[in-house]
Write a protein that binds this ligand. Structure first.
Ligand code: TYD
Length: 212
C-alpha cells in the first residue's frame, strides 16, 4: 500500500460457508462507532460498480473457460478500483470489501488451477501503481475452516451459485491457497478460526486494535 493513500482498506475472505457475511456488516458498524470522523464504505467483489455487478451475475452463473473467468474477475476489479476503492482511499475513507484479489488466487488459482504466473501478471496489471507498488488491502480477515464444515453451513434455502456447487476437493484446494497466502503475508492477514461460534468470533474481532 502506498503512503499517499490516506484511507484504510480491509478485505474479508474465506471459502463459501465460512461465515464472513455474518460479521462484515457488524464490523463496519464497529468501525463507524470507533472512528466517527471517518466514512466507512462497504463494497464487494465481484461487483461494487454497476458494470461489476453485471459481470458478477455472469461470473456466478454462466459456465466459462478458466482464463475467461479470471479475466472477467480482474476486469470487474479494475473498474472497482478506479471508480470506488481509489477515490475512497484518497478521501481518507475506510473501505471494507467482501472479497478482493486473494479470492482470485484461491478460487481461480487454487481451486480451478490457473497458474500463479498468470494471476501475478493480472494483479500487476490491475493493481499496479505508478510508483511500481501494488494496491493491496491494509488488513485481510481470513475466515478459515475445513471444507466439510463450510459445506454443512452453506445456506440450504438459497439456490447455490456456480462456485457453491463445486465439490469438497475444490473447496479444500481453495482453502489451502488462502492459507498459503496468509502464511506468506502474515503482516496483512488476520486468521480467524471460523469453526468457533459467531459470538466467539465477534469477541475476537472486537478485541482487535486497528491502527489506521
Ligand atoms: P460470495 O462473496 O461468497 O457472495 P455470496 O455470499 O453472495 O455467495 O460469492 C462470490 C463468489 O465468487 C464466491 O464463490 C467466490 C467467487 N470469487 C472468485 O471465484 N474469484 C474472485 O476473484 C472473487 C472476488 C470471487
Amino acid at each position: 500500500m502506498t503512503a499517499h493513500f490516506l484511507g484504510y482498506f480491509i478485505s474479508f475472505e474465506g471459502i463459501d460457508g465460512a461465515g464472513k457475511s455474518t460479521h462484515i456488516e457488524s464490523f463496519a458498524n464497529l468501525m463507524r462507532e470507533r472512528h466517527p470522523d471517518r466514512e466507512v464504505v462497504m463494497t464487494r467483489e465481484p461487483g461494487g460498480t454497476q458494470l461489476g455487478e453485471q459481470l458478477r451475475a455472469l461470473l456466478l452463473d454462466a459456465p466459462m473457460n478458466l482464463e475467461t473467468e479470471a479475466l472477467l474477475m480482474f476486469a470487474a476489479r479494475r473498474e472497482h478500483i478506479a471508480q470506488v476503492i481509489e477515490p475512497a482511499l484518497m478521501a481518507r475513507k475506510i473501505v471494507i470489501s467482501d472479497r478482493f484479489t486473494d479470492a482470485s488466487f484461491a478460487y481461480q488459482g487454487g481451486g480451478r488451477g490457473l497458474s500463479l504466473e498468470k494471476l501475478n501478471d493480472l494483479e500487476k496489471w490491475v493493481q499496479g501503481r505508478p510508483d511500481g507498488s501494488l494496491l493491496q488491502p491494509n488488513l485481510t480477515f481470513l475466515f478459515d475452516l475445513p471444507g466439510s464444515i463450510a459445506e454443512s453451513r452453506r445456506s440450504k434455502v438459497r439456490a447455490p451459485d456456480k462456485f457453491e456447487k463445486m465439490d469438497l476437493d475444490f473447496f479444500e484446494r481453495v482453502r489451502q491457497e488462502y492459507l498459503r497466502r496468509a502464511k506468506a503475508d502474515s503482516k496483512r492477514f488476520y486468521l480467524i478460526d471460523a469453526t468457533r461460534t459467531p459470538e466467539e468470533i465477534w469477541n475476537d474481532l472486537m478485541l482487535l486494535k486497528i491502527k489506521l
